[in-house]
Write a protein that binds this ligand. Structure first.
Ligand SMILES: [Zn+2]
Length: 228
């Protein structure tokens, strides 16, 4: 079987041939300018198994995260557990989200923007409570304090630590399991000590959260569930 690829030759590249698999499983080979085609083909052949595996893996990943529609039966996450939604509209009751008996209840007219707004508000409130407690807990344990916390709507970043040690966390973090939340809390708090991702930084994190690598991976693999 021959593998289709596009070839990019570079005068800057000295010795190595490398390959990249882009979206739609497109393969690009990067090679030094004068590499014979035969050698490139041999490289591709040698990598065939690896390429097959990588493409299969890519096919399993959802391309577009399923967008929430806020209808009854839909699943929402809270501290690592999933709970079904019961959506209705009763104008005589308070509008908004209530979490009770392992169910989310949403009282809101059928209006996507409004329904999303109420969910985001609920998650932000819970995130602020829960994350404040966890930061307090680790401040006591580690014997240093942060400049306070802020809850953001960031989609790509779980947390950050500013120059003046303010901690920011995405409200989405509250959908992850408690041990994963703690990892992100400790990660950002250790940036108070080390403003980088050096091995010294990771040593500090691992000392408190030995499973931090696993939690990082978990976040990467599950983040598509946490889009509202
Ligand atoms: Zn970091």
């Amino acid at each position: 079987m021959t593998i289709q690829y596009s070839l990019k030759r570079s005068r800057k590249r000295k010795k190595t041939i490398s390959l990249q698999i882009g979206n739609n499983s497109a393969i690009t080979i990067y090679a030094p300018y004068f590499t014979p085609v035969k050698e490139i083909n041999r490289f591709v052949e040698e990598k065939q198994k690896w390429i097959d595996r990588a493409i299969r893996k890519q096919a399993l990943l959802p391309v577009h995260p399923p967008k929430k529609t806020y209808v009854t039966g839909e699943i929402f996450y809270y501290l690592g557990q999933s709970y079904p939604l019961d959506a209705y509209f009763d104008p005589l009751e308070n509008l908004g989200v209530i979490f009770r008996n392992n169910h989310f209840f949403l009282n809101c007219p059928v209006n996507m923007a409004m329904r999303k707004y109420y969910f985001v508000s609920w998650y932000k409130k819970k995130a602020r409570q829960y994350l404040s407690e966890r930061v307090d807990f680790y401040e006591n344990m580690l014997k240093f304090s942060s400049g306070g916390i802020r809850i953001t709507s960031a989609e790509r970043r779980w947390g950050s630590c500013s120059e003046d040690n303010h901690l920011s966390f995405s409200f989405r973090l509250i959908m992850a399991p408690p041990q994963v939340v703690d990892y992100v809390v400790v990660h950002e708090m250790m940036h108070i000590r080390e403003k980088n991702h050096s091995s010294k930084f990771w040593d500090l994190v691992i000392e408190v959260i030995p499973g931090c690598k696993e939690h990082r991976r978990w976040l990467r693999e599950h983040e598509h569930h946490f889009i509202l």
